[in-house]
Design a binder for this molecule. Structure first.
Ligand code: AR6
Length: 167
Protein backbone atom coordinates (compact mmCIF):
# COMPACT_ATOMS: atom_id res chain seq x y z
CA UNK A 1 0.00 0.00 0.00
CA UNK A 2 1.20 3.53 -0.82
CA UNK A 3 1.00 5.92 2.10
CA UNK A 4 1.18 9.62 1.27
CA UNK A 5 0.47 13.03 2.79
CA UNK A 6 -1.18 16.03 1.17
CA UNK A 7 -2.20 19.37 2.64
CA UNK A 8 -5.79 20.37 2.05
CA UNK A 9 -9.44 19.74 2.75
CA UNK A 10 -10.46 16.12 3.14
CA UNK A 11 -13.87 16.74 1.55
CA UNK A 12 -12.24 17.62 -1.79
CA UNK A 13 -10.18 14.44 -2.11
CA UNK A 14 -10.69 12.41 -5.26
CA UNK A 15 -10.53 8.99 -3.63
CA UNK A 16 -12.96 6.11 -3.20
CA UNK A 17 -13.59 6.82 0.49
CA UNK A 18 -12.92 9.64 2.94
CA UNK A 19 -12.68 8.96 6.65
CA UNK A 20 -14.68 11.09 9.06
CA UNK A 21 -13.54 11.87 12.61
CA UNK A 22 -17.06 11.53 13.99
CA UNK A 23 -18.50 11.25 17.50
CA UNK A 24 -20.51 8.43 19.06
CA UNK A 25 -23.86 10.03 18.26
CA UNK A 26 -23.04 10.10 14.51
CA UNK A 27 -25.24 13.13 13.89
CA UNK A 28 -22.60 15.62 12.73
CA UNK A 29 -20.44 18.11 14.62
CA UNK A 30 -17.53 20.48 14.04
CA UNK A 31 -14.07 20.04 12.50
CA UNK A 32 -13.77 17.33 9.84
CA UNK A 33 -17.24 16.05 10.72
CA UNK A 34 -18.86 19.43 10.07
CA UNK A 35 -16.95 19.86 6.81
CA UNK A 36 -17.97 16.38 5.60
CA UNK A 37 -21.66 16.93 6.34
CA UNK A 38 -21.60 20.37 4.70
CA UNK A 39 -19.86 19.09 1.57
CA UNK A 40 -21.78 15.81 1.32
CA UNK A 41 -25.19 17.34 1.93
CA UNK A 42 -28.19 16.04 3.87
CA UNK A 43 -28.03 12.50 2.48
CA UNK A 44 -24.95 11.83 4.60
CA UNK A 45 -26.91 12.58 7.77
CA UNK A 46 -29.94 10.64 6.50
CA UNK A 47 -27.71 7.63 5.89
CA UNK A 48 -26.14 8.02 9.35
CA UNK A 49 -29.61 7.95 10.93
CA UNK A 50 -30.67 4.95 8.88
CA UNK A 51 -27.54 2.87 9.26
CA UNK A 52 -26.51 3.94 12.78
CA UNK A 53 -29.68 4.53 14.81
CA UNK A 54 -27.70 3.97 18.02
CA UNK A 55 -24.52 5.70 16.85
CA UNK A 56 -21.10 4.06 16.86
CA UNK A 57 -18.73 3.01 19.66
CA UNK A 58 -15.33 4.60 20.21
CA UNK A 59 -12.68 2.88 18.07
CA UNK A 60 -15.19 1.46 15.61
CA UNK A 61 -15.86 2.25 11.95
CA UNK A 62 -18.87 2.19 9.65
CA UNK A 63 -19.75 3.60 6.23
CA UNK A 64 -22.34 5.83 4.58
CA UNK A 65 -22.73 7.47 1.22
CA UNK A 66 -20.48 10.49 0.55
CA UNK A 67 -23.37 12.44 -0.97
CA UNK A 68 -22.07 15.26 -3.18
CA UNK A 69 -18.37 14.76 -2.45
CA UNK A 70 -16.05 13.33 -5.12
CA UNK A 71 -15.58 10.21 -2.98
CA UNK A 72 -18.15 7.44 -3.11
CA UNK A 73 -18.23 6.58 0.59
CA UNK A 74 -17.59 8.12 3.98
CA UNK A 75 -16.04 5.76 6.49
CA UNK A 76 -16.94 7.16 9.91
CA UNK A 77 -14.72 6.43 12.88
CA UNK A 78 -14.99 7.61 16.47
CA UNK A 79 -11.66 8.49 18.03
CA UNK A 80 -11.08 8.58 21.78
CA UNK A 81 -11.78 11.92 23.44
CA UNK A 82 -8.47 12.54 25.22
CA UNK A 83 -9.76 15.82 26.63
CA UNK A 84 -12.52 13.93 28.43
CA UNK A 85 -10.13 11.26 29.75
CA UNK A 86 -10.29 8.55 27.07
CA UNK A 87 -6.56 7.78 26.90
CA UNK A 88 -6.46 4.16 25.70
CA UNK A 89 -4.23 4.39 22.62
CA UNK A 90 -5.60 1.16 21.15
CA UNK A 91 -8.93 2.98 20.65
CA UNK A 92 -7.11 5.42 18.39
CA UNK A 93 -5.13 2.85 16.38
CA UNK A 94 -8.24 0.70 15.96
CA UNK A 95 -9.94 3.62 14.17
CA UNK A 96 -7.38 3.30 11.36
CA UNK A 97 -7.36 -0.51 11.32
CA UNK A 98 -11.16 -0.72 11.39
CA UNK A 99 -11.49 1.95 8.68
CA UNK A 100 -9.22 -0.13 6.44
CA UNK A 101 -11.32 -3.23 7.19
CA UNK A 102 -14.48 -1.36 6.14
CA UNK A 103 -12.68 -0.12 3.01
CA UNK A 104 -11.83 -3.74 2.20
CA UNK A 105 -15.49 -4.75 2.60
CA UNK A 106 -16.49 -1.95 0.25
CA UNK A 107 -13.74 -2.70 -2.26
CA UNK A 108 -12.37 0.84 -1.90
CA UNK A 109 -8.92 1.12 -3.45
CA UNK A 110 -8.05 4.60 -2.19
CA UNK A 111 -8.87 6.14 1.18
CA UNK A 112 -8.17 9.61 2.61
CA UNK A 113 -7.73 9.97 6.38
CA UNK A 114 -7.74 12.96 8.70
CA UNK A 115 -5.71 12.94 11.92
CA UNK A 116 -8.36 11.33 14.09
CA UNK A 117 -8.66 12.78 17.64
CA UNK A 118 -6.02 15.44 16.92
CA UNK A 119 -8.49 18.35 16.98
CA UNK A 120 -11.42 18.82 19.36
CA UNK A 121 -10.65 15.50 21.06
CA UNK A 122 -7.21 16.76 22.08
CA UNK A 123 -4.96 13.74 21.52
CA UNK A 124 -1.30 14.87 21.87
CA UNK A 125 -0.47 15.92 18.34
CA UNK A 126 2.80 14.07 17.69
CA UNK A 127 1.38 10.85 19.04
CA UNK A 128 -1.78 11.26 16.91
CA UNK A 129 0.55 11.46 13.90
CA UNK A 130 2.59 8.45 15.07
CA UNK A 131 -0.53 6.34 15.69
CA UNK A 132 -1.86 7.13 12.20
CA UNK A 133 1.38 6.37 10.37
CA UNK A 134 2.31 3.23 12.28
CA UNK A 135 -1.17 1.70 12.03
CA UNK A 136 -1.62 2.48 8.34
CA UNK A 137 1.81 0.98 7.70
CA UNK A 138 1.28 -2.20 9.65
CA UNK A 139 -2.32 -3.14 8.78
CA UNK A 140 -2.88 -5.82 6.21
CA UNK A 141 -5.32 -4.48 3.58
CA UNK A 142 -6.36 -4.55 -0.06
CA UNK A 143 -6.38 -0.73 -0.13
CA UNK A 144 -3.66 0.43 -2.51
CA UNK A 145 -3.52 4.12 -1.55
CA UNK A 146 -3.90 5.64 1.92
CA UNK A 147 -3.66 9.43 1.93
CA UNK A 148 -3.25 11.39 5.14
CA UNK A 149 -4.81 14.82 4.69
CA UNK A 150 -3.13 17.54 6.73
CA UNK A 151 -5.30 20.58 7.31
CA UNK A 152 -2.38 22.99 7.80
CA UNK A 153 1.37 23.26 7.27
CA UNK A 154 2.21 22.15 10.81
CA UNK A 155 0.31 18.90 10.34
CA UNK A 156 1.82 18.39 6.89
CA UNK A 157 5.38 18.83 8.22
CA UNK A 158 4.74 16.53 11.20
CA UNK A 159 3.32 13.77 9.01
CA UNK A 160 6.06 14.13 6.42
CA UNK A 161 8.74 13.91 9.12
CA UNK A 162 7.13 10.77 10.51
CA UNK A 163 6.81 9.18 7.07
CA UNK A 164 10.47 9.76 6.29
CA UNK A 165 11.69 8.61 9.71
CA UNK A 166 11.67 5.01 8.50
CA UNK A 167 11.23 3.54 5.01
N1 AR6 B 1 -9.87 18.43 6.23
C1 AR6 B 1 -8.81 17.81 6.80
N2 AR6 B 1 -8.50 17.94 8.11
C2 AR6 B 1 -9.29 18.74 8.87
C3 AR6 B 1 -10.44 19.41 8.34
C4 AR6 B 1 -10.70 19.24 6.95
N3 AR6 B 1 -11.76 19.83 6.36
N4 AR6 B 1 -11.02 20.10 9.37
C5 AR6 B 1 -10.27 19.88 10.48
N5 AR6 B 1 -9.22 19.07 10.19
P1 AR6 B 1 -11.42 17.19 14.54
P2 AR6 B 1 -11.41 14.99 16.50
C6 AR6 B 1 -8.17 18.51 11.09
O1 AR6 B 1 -11.67 18.18 15.62
O2 AR6 B 1 -10.29 15.60 17.26
C7 AR6 B 1 -16.20 17.05 15.85
O3 AR6 B 1 -17.02 18.03 16.41
C8 AR6 B 1 -7.96 19.19 12.41
O4 AR6 B 1 -7.08 20.29 12.26
O5 AR6 B 1 -12.20 17.30 13.28
O6 AR6 B 1 -11.41 13.52 16.24
C9 AR6 B 1 -16.84 15.67 15.86
O7 AR6 B 1 -18.23 15.73 15.69
C10 AR6 B 1 -7.35 18.06 13.24
O8 AR6 B 1 -5.94 17.93 12.98
O9 AR6 B 1 -11.66 15.67 15.06
C11 AR6 B 1 -16.46 15.13 17.19
O10 AR6 B 1 -17.34 15.57 18.20
C12 AR6 B 1 -8.01 16.80 12.70
O11 AR6 B 1 -8.56 17.20 11.43
C13 AR6 B 1 -15.08 15.73 17.43
O12 AR6 B 1 -15.03 16.91 16.66
C14 AR6 B 1 -9.13 16.23 13.56
O13 AR6 B 1 -9.86 17.27 14.19
C15 AR6 B 1 -13.98 14.81 16.96
O14 AR6 B 1 -12.74 15.38 17.30
Amino acid sequence: MDLEVVQGDITAQDVDAVVNAANRAMRGGGGVDGAIHRAGGPEVLEDCRRRFPDGLATGEAGWTTAGHMPARWVIHVVGPNHTRGERDRSLLTSCYANALAVADELGAGSVAFPLVSAGVYGWPFDDAVAAAVETLRSTDTGVSLARLVAFDARAFDAIERRLSARP
